[in-house]
Design a protein around this ligand. Structure first.
Ligand code: SAH
Ligand code: SF4
Ligand code: F3S
Length: 440
């Protein structure tokens, strides 16, 4: 066993955050201690995202900053993990001379061994082949996760959809589901150690189990997890609209622990653009699914992702997106300017939209959605919600938690409240990004 310190910097989605938690746990098993700055670290891991060009740029600038640290401390190990590592492979080692290791998305389980080889033998290592059975999929969620009462649980890895704009199928490989029993055992163990809420993670959780070929499905998994003692809440992300089923809406209504929130990325309101994106649904079909959900689960929160400026998106197509946002009234959206990504079909499509136009459209989407979100938050004033207390902000004298519909609520600190409590809170003020409430 060797000691020392490690620092992990994480970009990207929850999948990456959770991978970082797993890598942290592996390094701690080696006896290493976490530090919060690269300067104090013997091992630095940059866990990267490549979803848009901007995300990738951030990685190169983070790596650039490490160059002089490595010069001062040649024994420092610098590793790149995540989606940029997966795409860049050995090219990264060639391009970035102060980099010691490239750890692909299927290979994070090998991090301790990789660190050892760099430290002891001075090797430069590339580990980025895909594997038909990703070992890291089976690494249990560590207990030192993002919160003592909430945990991520990976249920699948990869994506087989190949939307025309997206790098994920290339950076994470094809869909691979984790065996149902393994997920159940992990969730039971987490609940046993005090976790009250799990978020099931996958790029397309509605496809969970399809690759296992034994009849396992996402709704069956929810059925199994609903009875786990001590577990109050189950969340999941992300759902793909083409695989969203009535059965899932029924589970959201009938299973007590499954929360009434779904993240269901629409991407565009124009059928022409949806077709070019390869999404597999039309706007009407999407709206039908939402109507089913709202009928079966009254009050369900729906959030989505939107891309503006997909190649060939005309003013008229964009207006269709704006109209869809008005009609559907999402609780919240994440919106992005289309970014040309290496290896994807949309990268080389004609009629790329100029950046100023993309920015103008994005601003319009923001303005519209900010108004809708604020209206939801104002409407919530006076209502009482169940909140899971996730933590205490001592600086501001507040505790914070979420409603089952995933809205953040801040409440003035009360002596009788502990992290992990399920409490009832009356909303007193609806703000742009959060709600403020008082205990009832
Ligand atoms: N698996 C999830 C999304 C993962 S990526 C799903 O299918 O919904 C998260 C979001 O990033 C996507 O929903 C999309 O809105 C956005 N995104 C992906 N590729 C992009 C690109 N090339 N340019 C801009 N946004 C992109
Ligand atoms: Fe990307 Fe589409 Fe897969 Fe989502 S479903 S990860 S957008 S390819
Ligand atoms: Fe980014 Fe990879 Fe997640 S590209 S969004 S870190 S799957």
């Amino acid at each position: 066993m060797f000691n020392g310190t490690y620092y992990i910097e994480t970009y990207g989605c929850q999948m990456n955050e959770h991978d970082s938690e797993k890598m942290a746990a592996m390094l701690e098993d080696l006896g290493m201690a976490q530090v919060w700055s690269a300067e104090d670290a013997d091992v630095v891991v940059i866990n990267t995202c490549s979803i848009r060009e901007k995300a990738e740029h951030k990685v190169y600038s983070a790596l650039g900053k490490l160059k002089h640290l490595k010069r001062k401390n040649p024994g420092m190990v610098i590793a790149v993990a995540g989606c940029v590592a997966q795409q860049g492979k050995s090219g990264l080692l060639a391009k970035i001379r102060h980099l010691d290791a490239v750890v692909g998305t299927h290979r994070i389980g090998e991090l301790p061994e990789i660190v050892r080889r760099v430290q002891q033998r001075g090797e430069r290592i590339e580990a980025s082949d895909f594997s038909p059975d990703v070992a890291s999929l089976h690494i249990p969620a560590p207990r030192k996760g993002r919160s003592p009462v909430c945990s991520y649980v990976t249920i699948m890895q990869g994506c087989s959809n190949f939307c025309s704009y997206c790098v994920v199928p290339y950076t994470r490989g094809p869909e691979q589901s984790r065996p149902l029993q393994e997920v159940v055992v992990e969730v039971e163990a987490l609940a046993n150690s005090g976790v009250r809420e799990v978020t099931l993670l996958g790029q397309n959780v509605n496809a969970y189990g399809k690759d296992l070929g034994d009849g396992t499905s996402f709704v069956r998994l929810l059925d199994e997890l609903d009875g786990v003692p001590g577990l109050s809440r189950i969340r999941f992300t992300t759902s793909h609209p083409k695989d969203f089923s009535e059965a899932l809406a029924e589970r959201m209504a009938s299973l007590g622990s499954v929360c009434e929130h779904i993240h269901l990325p629409l991407q565009s309101g124009s059928d022409r653009v949806l077709l070019a994106m390869g999404r597999g649904y039309t706007r009407a079909r999407y709206i039908e699914k939402i109507e089913t959900l709202r009928r079966k689960v009254p009050g369900a929160a729906i959030t989505a992702d939107i891309i503006v400026g997909f190649p060939g998106e005309t003013e008229e197509d964009f207006n269709q997106t704006m109209l869809a946002l008005e009609e559907i009234r999402f609780d919240q959206i994440f919106s992005f300017k289309f970014s040309q990504r290496p290896g994807t079909r949309a990268r080389n499509l004609p009629d790329q939209v100029p950046d100023e136009e993309k920015s103008a459209r994005l601003a319009k989407v923001h303005e519209l959605q900010d108004r809708i979100t604020l209206e939801y938050h104002r409407d919530a004033e006076g209502s009482v919600y169940e909140i899971l207390i996730e933590g205490i902000k001592h600086e501001s004298g507040q505790v914070f938690g979420r409603t089952r519909t995933n809205k953040i609520v801040n409440v003035s600190l009360s002596d009788s409240v502990r992290t992990g409590d399920l409490t009832r809170v009356k909303i007193t003020k609806g703000l742009k990004h959060s709600l403020f409430g008082e205990f009832v």
